[in-house]
Write a protein that binds this ligand. Structure first.
Ligand SMILES: Cc1cc2nc3c(=O)[nH]c(=O)nc-3n(C[C@H](O)[C@H](O)[C@H](O)COP(=O)(O)OP(=O)(O)OC[C@H]3O[C@@H](n4cnc5c(N)ncnc54)[C@H](O)[C@@H]3O)c2cc1C
Length: 415
């Protein structure tokens, strides 16, 4: 790829955040190099849900979102199926974004994003090992011996970000002492458009419909407190079946029908919000800036949003002007920090409320969830608030695709 007069942006990490930042910046005419340490793009995990704002951005940055996921409305329930709260989005948002929440497999998203990248942008087998900021450029060194010079560095390198460490030093990860087993299965018939997040006194057992490469199905997950010093369960299917006892027949049938190869387990970790993300000509997006517990189902979504908003701020300045770049990066993070901190802290505290409350208080908590509108207020109503405020900030205007030309073939930069 030749050097663009708009300047060069180096993005480290080809997860959802890095790929979204690259696609948005390319659309605005920047020269982009996207570095990834892996030798091929692999989805980190199996199951995924996306809220409307990342769906809107994916369309605007040229990702094919046709039939990307299965739509559903989301309900919080007690283990036996009693509805405690519903995430209610306005009808026009539900219409445009298929119920508001879509379920998909991670690989389905990654593949569509990789396919939208112009040839030559993605550089695999590049592990960032050194950074130097000087003389109006950022100088990068990689484990494979290669070097690169850019006007702006974007750390999209996940929860253990090298760029974050280089900018702000090391800080301990927050182990939430929670773990999650997730699985998926395919069906011959379309599932009903209903996603359920259900809890008993200790455990969450949830499911949503999925769509993946033209196939319908369901994904489900079992989440509870764990002791990280203990070995993980050996048989994930037997473990999940055991924890789903007492939950609805619907979810138990889904777990029973899941192939063992479709199961995966994660320990849940995040970090408290970082006070400052950017310094000089470098900034962070996604989990590098604000790792988020899966309780929000929004970490990948916020990474995609970050990439889009960052590109828009950089579009307004000349990348040769160090002070203008610094100010643009500051504007970007000032816009993103309140939303991302609220979601990631909200997810952390929701996880604590459901899984780390002292035993004696759990019946009281559940009485409150069953007989007062508190869950509706803090989860059912707060989530649509975040969703709508983000949707309003995402401009459906050139140079991004507009509603009228949304389904055309994505622009591809010259190699
Ligand atoms: C069980 C689970 C369920 C989840 N469910 C959802 C959900 O339903 N919805 C949702 O929106 N989010 C969900 N999340 C959160 C979501 O997975 C993350 O927030 C998201 O992957 C972050 O994207 P990212 O691009 O910032 O970072 P990552 O996906 O972590 O990508 C970082 C990339 O950087 C690369 N990299 C790292 N270091 C270097 C280096 N030194 N040099 C070069 N490359 C490097 C890595 O190989 C990787 O490809 C879930 C998370 C978990 C654990």
């Amino acid at each position: 790829m030749g050097t663009s007069i708009k300047g060069t942006i180096a993005i480290v990490g080809a997860g959802p955040g890095g790929m979204a930042a690259a696609l948005a910046a390319i659309r605005l005419g920047f020269n982009v190099a996207l570095f990834e340490r892996a030798t091929e793009i692999k989805a980190a995990g199996n199951i995924l849900n996306l809220w409307p704002p990342p769906q809107k951005i994916l369309k605007l940055i040229g990702v094919d979102t046709e039939d990307l996921g299965a739509p559903c409305r989301t309900f919080f329930e007690r283990h036996d199926g009693k509805v405690r709260a519903e995430v209610i989005l306005p009808p026009e948002v539900e219409r445009e974004y298929g119920g508001g929440f879509i379920g998909l497999l991670r690989w389905g998203l990654y593949k569509r994003m990789v396919d939208a990248l112009p040839p030559g942008v993605l550089r695999l087998d590049h592990t960032l090992t050194g950074v130097r900021d000087g003389a109006g450029k950022v100088h990068l060194t990689f484990a494979n011996g290669q070097n690169f010079e850019a006007d702006v560095l974007v750390g999209a390198d996940g929860i253990n970000s090298f760029v974050r460490k280089w900018l702000w030093g090391d800080a301990p990860i927050r182990h939430q002492r929670l773990h999650l087993v997730g699985g998926y299965l395919f069906l011959d018939t379309p599932p009903e458009g209903r996603g359920v997040i259900a809890h008993n006194r200790t455990t969450q057992v949830s499911y949503t419909p999925i769509r993946h490469e033209g196939k319908w199905g369901y994904e489900w997950w079992v989440l509870e407190a764990c002791d990280p010093s203990q070995p993980p369960p050996g048989d994930l299917l037997a473990y999940s079946r055991d924890r789903a006892r007492g939950f609805t027949q619907r979810v138990r049938d889904l777990i029973d029908a899941t192939p063992v190869a479709h199961l995966q387990r994660w320990e849940i970790r995040d970090r408290p919000p970082l006070k400052q993300w950017s310094k000089g000509r470098a900034t962070l997006v996604g989990d590098a800036a604000h790792p988020t517990s899966p309780y929000a189902a929004y970490g990948a979504g916020m990474s995609i949003e970050d990439g889009y908003f960052l590109a828009r701020e950089l579009d307004a300045v000349s990348l040769s002007d160090t002070e203008a770049v610094r100010q643009a990066l500051q504007r970007y993070e000032d816009r993103r920090k309140p939303h991302t901190a609220q979601v990631s802290q909200g997810a952390y505290h929701t996880g604590r409320a459901f899984h780390h409350m002292p035993k004696a208080l759990r019946p009281v908590r559940d009485w409150v969830f069953d007989h007062t509108p508190v869950l509706q207020k803090f989860v059912g109503d707060a989530m649509p608030g975040h969703i709508l405020s983000q949707l309003a900030e995402i401009e459906d205007a050139p140079p991004f695709e507009t509603a009228a030309n949304r389904h055309r073939v994505p622009v591809r930069a010259a190699p």
